[in-house]
Design a protein around this ligand. Structure first.
Ligand SMILES: C[S@@+](CC[C@H](N)C(=O)[O-])C[C@H]1O[C@@H](n2cnc3c(N)ncnc32)[C@H](O)[C@@H]1O
Length: 430
């Protein structure tokens, strides 16, 4: 008889570049795994009807969408509120779509709205005062028409447990803003420039934002029907939480499906700076979020030395990194790597805590290089997980042709001769 890990169907997690089609294409993110990969894993996992599936690093919500489409029960967590909105928006069901259509049709209501300008609005980094007022008027309109309080949304935790209908409207507004700031985007998807001078700030003709917004909403609503999510989608949801401290009871989770943050110097907060600006995150709030995300490029000094719980492969890697002759290896780069592994070890231990005995966990990880030193994340995760009571039952590797490390030109000196490997790791808790 096959073991539970052997019976999982594992296809290449990499997303294929196809013409945008369904919900999964509502928001493009370089670090997502593919929807068919997630659906195959969940479909082949032979879960009992009440099983709970969790993704502690939910990103754009591929896992939670797969859970909903497969008629399962699941929760996705992410520490980045922009990602919580994207993941939650994809869970709109028939009822939400009908309500969205009704709201979009009340065009007279859209025209009458005006919004006062707040002088520290983070959107002012790219847009003129008038353009920001237009964007905020659209936001005010869909919030009012959906009976959602923006202030509640901006201040507290409740904010991010947002109804899928409101999240859908926010996601459309994210897309309007991203389209408009195209001149400030570069080939590196994780970097967004600010306007240097007032003259560079984007101006818009009156009504343009509302028209674009409604067009994008309508396109998304019609593509939503490619994958039908019925009322059972309510069995899947997305919430704001840190993977290091999940709001779940011990032994309450049957299955974990996730891809942790990479160790390739990606600033996940800056990558979503426009979306966060729409949600009111700028200045100190944005800085705090940057510090908190796993894999941050900022040093908070909280981790000063490695822990033996990170396993021998990790300790060997950190030792070689510390002794590398290149500038700042033993200072800045060592510290950011210490922070990364500390956060990963805490998160994996948290996964071990919330999983029930016999529960399973599938993680997609990518190896990377520091200069010419291989950071073998798959082996490191295997060792860290073992210390958290998780056994590695199966590993499947896929070679990657295009990685974030290759997109970053500064890494090319050391990196170009290596190919990257994405590994699917299947664990179980005994
Ligand atoms: C590799 S991406 C996940 C991509 C996801 N599988 C998808 O298909 O879109 C990692 C995610 O982890 C999130 N993240 C980073 N640090 C976190 C933390 N400490 N707790 C929870 N989420 C975190 C990032 O915001 C990012 O969305």
């Amino acid at each position: 008889m096959q073991s539970p890990a052997q019976s999982l169907t594992i296809i290449n997690p990499k997303r294929k570049r196809t013409r945008p089609q369904g919900r999964q294409d509502w928001y493009s993110f370089y670090a997502s795994f593919s929807l068919p990969f997630a659906r195959e894993i969940i479909a082949s996992a032979q879960l009992r009807p009440a099983a709970l599936v969790v993704d502690p690093w939910n990103g754009t919500g591929t896992s939670t969408l797969a859970v909903a489409l497969n008629g399962r029960r699941g929760i996705g967590f992410d520490l980045n509120p922009a990602m919580v909105v994207v993941g939650q928006a994809k869970l709109v069901d028939h009822g939400d779509l009908a309500a969205i259509e009704t709201i979009l049709r009340s065009s007279s209501k859209w025209r009458r709205r005006i919004a006062a300008l707040e002088k520290d609005d983070p959107l002012l980094v790219w847009f003129s005062d008038d353009a920001v007022s237009e964007i905020r008027a659209v936001e005010k309109c869909f919030c009012d028409l959906s009976s959602y309080s923006r202030n509640e949304g901006r201040n507290g935790h409740k904010a991010w447990f947002m109804h899928a209908q409101v999240a859908f409207f926010y996601l459309s507004l994210f897309r309007v803003v991203r389209t408009m700031i195209a001149p400030f985007l570069s080939s590196n998807p994780t970097w967004v420039r600010d306007a240097k001078r007032d003259k560079q700030r984007i101006r818009v003709r009156q009504g343009t934002v509302g028209t674009m917004f409604r067009t994008i909403c309508q396109r998304m609503a019609s593509s939503a029907s490619i994958e039908q999510v019925d009322g059972r989608a309510r069995r899947a949801r997305v919430d704001l939480a840190a993977a290091e401290s999940l709001p779940l009871g011990d032994g309450s989770v049957d299955f974990v499906l996730a891809s942790p943050p990479y160790c390739t110097r990606i600033d996940y907060a800056i990558a979503t700076k426009p979306e966060l600006a729409v949600l009111g995150f700028g200045g100190e709030r944005l800085r705090n979020l940057r510090h908190a995300l796993t894999g941050t490029l900022t040093v908070n000094g909280s981790v000063r030395s490695p822990s033996k719980e990170w396993g021998p492969t990790c300790l060997r890697f950190l030792d070689i990194l510390r002794n590398h002759p290149s500038k700042a290896s033993e200072t800045y780069y060592l510290r950011t790597h210490l922070q990364y592994f500390s956060s990963i070890a805490q998160s994996v231990s948290e996964i071990g805590r919330v999983m029930r005995a016999g529960g399973r966990c599938v993680l997609v990880v990518q190896d990377s290089y520091y200069k010419n030193i291989r950071n073998d994340l798959a082996s490191i995760f295997g060792e860290i997980a073992q210390l958290s009571g998780l056994n590695l039952d199966r590993r499947q590797d896929f070679e990657l042709s295009r990685t974030m490390a290759r997109i970053n030109p500064r890494t090319k000196k050391y990196r170009c001769q290596h190919t990257a490997v994405e590994s699917v790791l299947c664990f179980s808790k005994s």
